[in-house]
Write a protein that binds this ligand. Structure first.
Ligand code: FES
Length: 67
Protein backbone atom coordinates (compact mmCIF):
# COMPACT_ATOMS: atom_id res chain seq x y z
CA UNK A 1 0.00 0.00 0.00
CA UNK A 2 1.22 3.50 -0.82
CA UNK A 3 2.81 5.30 2.11
CA UNK A 4 3.11 9.05 2.57
CA UNK A 5 4.63 11.50 5.01
CA UNK A 6 4.85 15.26 5.23
CA UNK A 7 7.70 17.29 6.69
CA UNK A 8 8.45 20.98 7.00
CA UNK A 9 11.68 22.17 5.47
CA UNK A 10 12.75 25.79 5.09
CA UNK A 11 9.21 26.96 5.87
CA UNK A 12 7.55 24.75 3.25
CA UNK A 13 5.62 21.53 3.65
CA UNK A 14 7.09 18.73 1.59
CA UNK A 15 5.17 15.50 1.03
CA UNK A 16 6.73 12.18 0.07
CA UNK A 17 4.68 9.37 -1.45
CA UNK A 18 6.23 5.93 -1.77
CA UNK A 19 4.73 3.48 -4.24
CA UNK A 20 5.65 -0.11 -4.86
CA UNK A 21 5.60 -1.80 -8.27
CA UNK A 22 2.04 -2.29 -9.51
CA UNK A 23 0.53 0.28 -7.13
CA UNK A 24 -1.68 3.14 -8.30
CA UNK A 25 -2.59 6.32 -6.41
CA UNK A 26 -4.61 9.48 -7.06
CA UNK A 27 -3.00 12.61 -5.63
CA UNK A 28 -5.10 15.62 -4.67
CA UNK A 29 -4.52 18.83 -6.64
CA UNK A 30 -7.43 20.85 -5.23
CA UNK A 31 -6.07 20.92 -1.62
CA UNK A 32 -9.58 20.15 -0.24
CA UNK A 33 -9.08 16.44 0.51
CA UNK A 34 -9.39 15.34 4.13
CA UNK A 35 -6.96 12.54 3.24
CA UNK A 36 -4.38 14.85 1.64
CA UNK A 37 -2.14 14.11 -0.25
CA UNK A 38 -4.54 11.43 -1.45
CA UNK A 39 -7.71 12.39 -3.33
CA UNK A 40 -10.94 11.61 -1.45
CA UNK A 41 -13.33 12.86 -4.15
CA UNK A 42 -14.04 16.25 -2.52
CA UNK A 43 -12.92 18.01 -5.72
CA UNK A 44 -16.22 16.91 -7.29
CA UNK A 45 -18.12 19.13 -4.84
CA UNK A 46 -16.04 22.28 -4.65
CA UNK A 47 -12.83 22.03 -6.60
CA UNK A 48 -11.85 22.89 -10.11
CA UNK A 49 -8.92 20.48 -10.35
CA UNK A 50 -9.22 16.71 -10.31
CA UNK A 51 -6.47 14.43 -9.05
CA UNK A 52 -3.30 13.36 -10.79
CA UNK A 53 -3.19 9.58 -11.01
CA UNK A 54 0.12 7.77 -10.89
CA UNK A 55 0.75 4.10 -11.43
CA UNK A 56 4.04 2.29 -11.05
CA UNK A 57 4.34 -0.34 -13.72
CA UNK A 58 6.25 -3.41 -12.57
CA UNK A 59 9.45 -3.99 -14.51
CA UNK A 60 10.40 -7.45 -15.78
CA UNK A 61 12.57 -8.12 -12.69
CA UNK A 62 9.64 -7.32 -10.37
CA UNK A 63 7.36 -9.64 -12.35
CA UNK A 64 9.89 -12.49 -12.08
CA UNK A 65 10.10 -12.07 -8.27
CA UNK A 66 6.33 -12.44 -7.87
CA UNK A 67 6.03 -15.48 -10.19
S1 FES B 1 -10.02 15.76 -3.43
FE1 FES B 1 -8.55 17.09 -4.26
S2 FES B 1 -8.26 16.36 -6.26
FE2 FES B 1 -9.69 15.01 -5.41
Amino acid sequence: MAEHSTEEKNGYLKTWVTLHPGEKVSLCRCFKSKKFPLCDGTHKLEGTHGPVSIQVTPCEEDKKQTD
